[in-house]
Design a protein around this ligand. Structure first.
Ligand code: ATP
Length: 341
């Protein structure tokens, strides 16, 4: 029997609950400090206790996963805590395409794939002296918005950067990425592409709540002006969103373009869940600043099914369960190699 394994963080509860509901064995790679938390959940069949998640690369851990015919579900914690080389060296079959995770982590590769997919993107700004409009300054990799800041011009950029360096939040020799700020309604669009059915499904939309940029909106302008803190975009949680129905056609098109582009650029393409992240402006035009090439934590909102999946499935379907369903069908039809790398 195939089992489902993942790292204990991010969306692991949802992933393993979905796997259990599909009748698969569930395994959690769990840091010692979180053992007590995860033992509360009866749908987790086995815990592999580790000191750090990197131990998933060790022979001991990989042997246990192999004995259990495990498929490893990658999520944000894997991407944030391991290098692309480490992820690519994992011997356990990884759900989806582990090679595309490098395209998510590297800013230049990310931009290349987004261009290939024709996603409308904010303009990058190559040098601080070229800042003419409001920009957002980001760090490399999935930093989760920590240490990001906005700047209106070069002087503003330098003073904020220096402040963050002196506070130890960013380092002096770190290459920062500058992009025009896109204002509007945040929307994180989650899809699932099934290589078995060769079909794209739109799963749902969420919004991220980021501190302390959001908290700032609750303070009157007078106090904001007196504060010299650089607000960051650290993700705290997510909430659901539905879109105007007239936007759905374009949403599917963006998802399809992304799947087609990924097929051309990084074999075997964008299999499984992924998320296109951006904002809708006053003309309902979408600008995308980011993608995630795996399940996102925003799908945790829909553990009981999403509005859009309730249109496609006559049963409760979380993203965790959808992944497990794909693994189950692939196992039964001996096509696991089609959905894993
Ligand atoms: P994660 O990997 O957690 O998605 P990340 O470190 O790759 O995060 P982004 O998703 O690019 O970072 O950005 C973090 C947040 O900053 C976004 O959720 C959004 O609120 C804001 N943001 C990023 N780029 C822009 C932009 N061009 N215009 C407006 N807001 C932006």
């Amino acid at each position: 029997m195939t089992s489902i394994a993942t790292l204990g963080s991010h969306c692991s509860l949802q992933v393993l609950k979905g796997a259990k509901d599909e009748g698969l064995k569930t395994i959690l790679v769990c840091e010692k400090k979180r053992e007590k938390l995860y033992k509360r959940f009866p749908f987790i069949d086995e815990l592999i206790i580790v000191d750090t998640f990197k131990e998933v690369l060790d022979q001991k851990c990989q042997s246990i996963l192999e004995e259990n015919n495990a498929v490893l579900i990658p999520h944000g914690t894997l991407v944030a805590q391991m290098s692309s080389e480490e992820i690519e060296s994992i011997k356990t079959p990884v759900f989806g395409n582990k090679w595309i995770l490098r395209w998510e982590s590297d800013r230049e590769m990310k931009e290349k794939l987004m261009r290939e997919a024709n996603l409308p993107m904010p303009n990058p700004v190559t040098e601080p002296k070229e800042i003419e409009k409001l920009v957002i300054v980001k760090r490399q990799g999935a930093a989760g918005g920590k240490g990001y800041f906005m700047a209106a011009n070069e002087e503003d950029y330098n003073s904020k950067r220096n402040q963050l360096i002196s506070e130890g939040i960013i380092s002096k020799d770190e290459t920062l990425y500058i992009q025009e700020y896109a204002a509007g309604v945040l929307a994180y669009l989650t899809f699932f592409y099934s290589p078995l059915k060769e079909e794209l499904e739109f799963f749902g939309v969420d919004q991220r709540h980021e501190s302390d940029i959001e908290g700032l909106g609750r303070i009157p302008a007078e106090q904001q002006m007196k504060s010299n803190k650089v607000p960051s975009f650290n993700v705290i949680g997510n909430s659901p969103l539905v879109l105007r129905e007239s936007l759905l056609d374009e949403v599917y098109k963006m998802g399809e373009n992304f799947v087609d582009a990924a097929k051309r650029v990084v074999t075997p393409g964008m299999n499984g869940p992924f998320c296109i992240e951006g904002v809708y402006d006053e003309n309902a035009k979408f600008t995308s600043f980011e993608f995630s090439a795996r399940i996102v934590a925003g799908s945790n909102i829909y553990m009981d099914g999403s509005p859009y999946y309730s249109l496609l499935f006559n049963e409760t379907m979380s993203m965790g369960k959808r992944i497990a369903r794909e693994v189950k069908i692939a196992t039964e039809s001996k096509q696991l190699d089609k959905i894993t790398t």
